[in-house]
Design a protein around this ligand. Structure first.
Ligand code: HEC
Length: 90
């Protein structure tokens, strides 16, 4: 490969890697556009009945959401939105 082509190839590869990294950090549209109440309704009844926000205090929801973050494989954004909804509704 000529030196100039090699440079172009390296630059293109770097650009592709950079774009993938930036895209990987973006919050998926499907989560970003949904409210906490929506995410709660869609996720929290997959394994049991979705719990009533009134069931727990704010600090208890913090603990329960850490448990469910692991069980339900939720992203940080989902946990934050759902916790905010639960705490605003209890
Ligand atoms: C993948 C299945 C699954 C999903 C999805 C799930 N849960 Fe759970 N949840 C469980 C299981 C299993 C338990 C009981 C065992 C335990 O607590 O470790 C539980 C227990 C709980 C409890 C009892 C207290 C506690 O902290 O364990 C609460 C409250 C709760 N879930 C809330 C939620 C909320 C809110 C969501 C939505 C963000 C959710 N769950 C989504 C599986 C799930």
């Amino acid at each position: 490969m000529k030196k100039r082509n090699l440079f172009l190839f390296a630059a293109a590869t770097a650009a592709i890697v950079l774009i993938s990294v930036i895209n990987g950090c973006k919050v998926p549209e499907a989560i970003a556009s949904k409210s906490g109440a929506q995410l709660w309704a869609e996720n929290c009844n997959r394994c049991h009945n979705a719990p009533d926000p009134l069931y727990y205090s704010d600090s208890q929801w913090d603990v329960a959401m850490e448990h469910m973050r692991v069980k339900a494989l939720l992203t940080d954004v989902e946990v934050k939105k759902i916790a905010t909804f639960l705490k605003a509704s209890n």
